[in-house]
Every structure is written in C-alpha cells, then in structure tokens.
Design a protein around this ligand. Sequence first.
Ligand SMILES: C[S@@+](CC[C@H](N)C(=O)[O-])C[C@H]1O[C@@H](n2cnc3c(N)ncnc32)[C@H](O)[C@@H]1O
Length: 347
Amino acid sequence: MAEIVIYRYGHRPARDKRITTHVALTARAMGAGSIIIDTGDRGIEENIVAVNRNFGGHFKVQTGVSIERFFNSLGNNDLLVHLTMYGKPIMEKIEEIKEASREKDRIVVFVGAEKVPGIAYAKSNFNISVTSQPISEVSALAIFLDRFLDGNELKNEMKGRLDINPNERGKTIEYFPDGRDCMEILLNRGANDRLIEHCVAVNEVAMIISEKMDCDRRVVNAASLLHDVGRTVTNDIKHALEGYRICEEEHISKKISEVVLKHTGAGITRDEAMELGLPDLDFMPETIEEKIVACADNLVIGNRRIDINDQVQRYKNKGLDKAATRIKELYENVSSKAKMDINEIEI
Ligand SMILES: C[S@@+](CC[C@H](N)C(=O)[O-])C[C@H]1O[C@@H](n2cnc3c(N)ncnc32)[C@H](O)[C@@H]1O
C-alpha cells in the first residue's frame, strides 16, 4: 500500500494557522502518514507532536519545504494528485487513481491555501475535483481520503496518552501516562535514585516481554514504571495498595492502577491478604498486562536481572513456599505466552 503524503501549498502562518492545522489533523486521522507544508511554522509542528503524544500514532510533519524543493523531491515512485475545483470529478477517476497507486511507493496529495500556480496542474498525474463548487481544502481532503481508502480509514485505531470512550451522553477520558509522565510522577512523589533505577530495570524487562505477545503496551509501560511508586510511602506489604491510591490520585486509568495493585510476588490470595492485614480482596494478577509486570518484577532485584530460580529460592528461604510456587508458575505461564524462556532476557 502506497504511503499517503499531503503537500500543503500557500500556507501563511499569520492567517492560515488554524486551517492548515485542520488539514494536518484530517490527514492524520484519515490515514495519511505525513504532511509537508511549504512555509516554516514551528507552532504547527509542535501542535502535531502534542496530538501524537496524546492520541497516538507516528504522523510526521515537516514545514518550510518550498514548492520548487517539493517538486524536485518527487520521483518515479510518487503519484501526484492535485485537489482542485477545476479538476476531473472524483467519482470518475478514483478507481484509476487506486489502480495507478498500486505500483507506487507514495501517493502525494497536493492541497492549496491561496491561488495555486499552473505548474501544480501540469506536474500532477491527476487533477481532481470534489464537486465543481469551491469547498474547503479540509473537506476536499477528507472526502478524497475516504474514497481512496474505501472508508477503511474510519477504523484506524491509534493509541496515545488519552483514550476517549464515547457514551450516549458525552465521554469519559482514560489517562495512560507515557514514560515522561511516569518519571515526573515518581519524582514528584519523592522517589529516590535506587527506586527509579529499579522501576526502569523492571520496565525494560516488561517491555521486552510485551513485544512477544498481544497486549496493551501503554499499560505495561506505565504500570512497570509505576509498580513501586507506593514505596515512596511505605516499604511494607501495603506499598502496592499505596501505589494504587497514588495512581487514583493522578487520575490514571484503572487498567494501570490494577496492575500496580496486583504486582507483589505472583499475587496475593484473599486469605493471605486477610492474614497480612490487607483489605478483604483478591490481589491476583489476571490480565496479561498484570501478569507481565508481576513477572518482570520477579526477574529483577535492585537494578539487575536475577535468575528466576534464585528468586524462587529467596521466597522459599523466607518460608513463603506457596508464594514461591506461584512465582514459578507465573514465570512458566508468561514464558509460554511469550513463546520464549523469559529467564533468558538480558538488560
Ligand atoms: C480556498 S481553496 C483555494 C482555491 C484557489 N482559488 C485555487 O487556485 O485553486 C483551497 C484549496 O481547497 C481545495 N479545494 C477547494 N475546492 C475544491 C473542490 N471543489 N474540489 C477539490 N479541491 C478543492 C483545493 O486544494 C484548493 O487549493
């Protein structure tokens, strides 16, 4: 499938910031991989970086590429489609464009802001109109992308720091802190260097495991970095509970705080929880993300990897035989899901 690139011509930073940003947002949401803008505009670049961070994906933006430089950069593997009210109707040409794009690396969609010079019409493989009436470049681009991608772009899922969960009467926003956010939370909560180094080491192991299976990597990333944030309050068995409370205070998704809550050893049963003075709850890891983080924590002591058998022995030495058996079983379970021996992971 050819990569879709948008070229935005005639951008005037003082006048067009909003509409060019909307062209970029539409391109990003509707299946394009990047936008190139003729006039330099750091504001738009920063805006798109922030949108990617919040809502996911790797949409690229480059500004300050003049039309001459842009045309010089085009090669035989590019198909250039110019959207203009003076072009051929999209319904007549879209199948031909799809066919032509199959042999190309990139399909470059040219949209103007102000008057477009004749060279754009001459250089384009297709000059395409979306109705013969003047409309906004945002709508022209949206309709073109929708027709070109047969509506499949509407199924795109990008995952960033925020998930917007729509409901009948509004929305709920779920927050998945990224690495930078997690580090800020740890520091703001007073984590010392040793604690941070431990969290980073567990994170490294957890992320390697997460690459081997289908799971929400945002959850694994944040939960592994924050699994011990409760140790800024206490180092006893209640640290996971404190971590959960901190995650709640930071308005972090439950998918993450639940991992933090259940990361101790290979989980704590309801009976054990009662004996340990914890709330009358089951703290056993159930989701794949919960299992990955608990398991990664068992493979790390301080900031170094520990052999799983040594970890199991440490629990046995403390007389915690049941917990030791569960740790081994969890390790075997996660290894089989990862289709590798996770005891071989090196950091
Ligand atoms: C405000 S218009 C400027 C049109 C300008 N007068 C020109 O020379 O084409 C901005 C852009 O919207 C897009 N556009 C506007 N109407 C369109 C239509 N009916 N079909 C396709 N694209 C259209 C074109 O890409 C155009 O360059």
